[in-house]
Design a protein around this ligand. Sequence first.
Ligand SMILES: Cc1ncc(COP(=O)(O)O)c(C=O)c1O
Length: 397
Amino acid sequence: MPLDVFAMERMQSTWENVVERDMSESGIRAVTMRELIDLGLDLDALLDTPLGYSQSNGTLALRERLAALYPGATPDHIEVTNGTSEANYVLALSQLGPGTRFALEVPNYLQLWGVPRGLGAAVDTFHLRPDATGAWRLDEEELERAIVPGTKLVYVTNPNNPTGAVLTAREMERIVARCEAVGAYLIADEVYQGSEINGARTPSFWGMSDRVIVTSGLSKAYGIPGVRIGWIVGPTDVVARCWAHHDYLTIGPSRLSDAVACVAVAPAVRERLYRRTRTILRENLPVFGAWVSGLHGLLEWSPPAATATAFVRCAGPLAGVPSHTIATHLIDALSVLIVPGSHFGLEGYLRIWTGGAPDVLADGLARIARGLDDLARAPRAVAAAGRHDMPSAEFVP
Ligand SMILES: Cc1ncc(COP(=O)(O)O)c(C=O)c1O
């Protein structure tokens, strides 16, 4: 399959463990095994677990727990995957091919820009756009134009990466109604559900229509990316086709990871993990807001409803400087990694992690401020000296 470079993941894979300060993450800072043991993970039972293959679509115990989170779902509606990314990948593999159409919300995590294109599908886009208050709202007219008869799959992320916006009930209904009208399946990637900062839990698309498929996982709001557990909740025939693809791809998730996930998704533990996420974000966001104010107009920001990221607009002397130039200067000169807006399909923005420990946040923001200041003083000189060997996004929204 001829794949475009997944610019964001390639930049992260290359730099996140090389730079002195990684501020490119998007999940809450990770939970340790010790914390999970305090939350009920039975270490002794794990020590005695034979490390054989696990049930390849997820153990029945895990699928039962997951099904209980999605009213009306049974274990047959669930496929457990290696991360949300594998969930999205097998859905695209099992549904798309040459001659099919796919519609994507932008800005977004662009996994399902590259994979559908690689599979030969035509990709249409519709946007979230900032309104007068800075809140990101769905362009409903563009939605109607992007989802047309023949569209097979539609992808949205809610809460959204990178903006942290949460769709309104009306916007959700419009998306579902449009999918139903043309017979498309909606993939609602809900991996950031549970990372709401002040508002209520983001409602799931699950149950709004039989055209809805939900993907999610432990990586973001739960704070457990390292076990690589995700899942699909969908109509049983769709899930069965995904399982068949899974057989070829990775067979199934690891037995240890399945055991960790069984604990994490138990209702009481899940609530404690979400509370931990909310507490961290509520402590960090005022620090971030004060930092933006201290930059004297270099960045503009409206706080997200959810997610452990801030999506900031470049302003003043930084307006018009390519976001990729800014990100590469920060790597070169300050050894700090952020994500350029171009990697989400939107130029003129930067995504900065807000989910770290206080010392990490303080050090990361101090480095970024120094780098932005260099650029603001001499943008051309800095850009000319910058690194040009990292993929900038080919994506043109
Ligand atoms: C919307 C979205 N989906 C999926 C993923 C990948 O998640 P996982 O680590 O569960 O594979 C990401 C990672 O940034 C994401 O932002």
